[in-house]
Design a protein around this ligand. Structure first.
Ligand SMILES: Nc1nc2c(ncn2[C@@H]2O[C@H](COP(=O)(O)OP(=O)(O)O)[C@@H](O)[C@H]2O)c(=O)[nH]1
Ligand SMILES: [Mg+2]
Length: 224
């Protein structure tokens, strides 16, 4: 297995966060920034700092991640938010169980460092959806905001959601396919100053994400 690992970073207006995120990537972890029409210079900042940048014309978190997976070249891939809320130095701990074959998918469970890192409405929404997942026999506490798996296998799952339902559909498909999923604690900090949340930063954003989640649960046969 190559020692290089592509890190897919879905990015929409994260220029102020990118320097810190890219500088914190461990050796051998290659940044693959997927930009969806940022207007704050994110792609230029990323390219200047040595990241590979690909563009995805279709808006949406899922669209960006999927395009990143198609563009990635390494056997194992990581997916990480580009807003500075996660610590890239924690990626190797998630890579280890996938690399040694004891897990098919490793996902992070957010441990917020402060209340401002994770607004109550977003946390409540995630807890509710995670409870519905456990009802379906998927023993997780969070919705895999940071994940590691084999690229080919991930694409093979055939996730169709291109919006914020992507992580949930991925987890349901992985569980249905009998994947061994390992959930590990990861530090969750407030996003970088000078950037704005597209999801959990507002009640409206959380409601939109919850709508996308409900759509996934409905299209994948509801809850058991
Ligand atoms: N390319 C792209 N990235 C997105 C889009 N929406 C969100 N993101 C990125 O996905 C990650 C998660 O979004 P974020 O706003 O932090 O969600 P939150 O952490 O739940 O508030 C961040 O890196 C965003 O820049 C989008 O439409 N296109
Ligand atoms: Mg975020």
């Amino acid at each position: 297995m190559s020692t290089q690992i592509d890190v897919v970073l879905p990015c929409l207006d994260e220029a102020a966060a990118l320097p810190g995120v890219l500088a914190a990537l461990p050796p051998g972890y290659r940044a693959l920034v997927v930009d969806n029409g940022s207007r704050d210079g994110s792609p230029e900042v990323a390219a200047r700092l040595g990241a590979r940048v690909v563009h995805e014309s279709r808006r949406g978190y899922g669209a960006a991640v999927h395009t990143g997976l198609l563009a990635a070249e390494t056997e194992l891939v990581c997916v990480l938010d580009a807003d500075g809320s996660f610590d890239p130095a924690e990626l190797p701990a998630l890579v280890a169980p996938v690399a040694d074959g004891s897990a098919d998918l490793a996902v992070g469970r957010r441990r917020p460092v402060s209340a401002s890192a994770w607004p109550w409405h977003a946390r409540a929404g995630t807890a509710l959806v995670a409870a519905l997942l456990r009802q379906r026999g998927v023993p997780l506490r969070d919705l895999s905001p940071i994940r590691v798996a084999r690229r080919e296998a991930l694409l093979g799952l055939g996730v169709t959601d291109r919006a914020f339902g992507y992580p949930l559909e991925l987890l349901i498909r992985a569980a249905t396919a009998g994947w061994r999923i390992r959930e590990l604690d990861v530090t969750y900090a407030p996003r970088a100053a000078g950037t704005r949340s597209k999801v959990s930063g507002s009640v409206r954003g959380t409601l939109r994400a919850t709508r996308d989640f409900a759509g996934v649960l409905r299209s994948m046969g509801g809850t058991r």
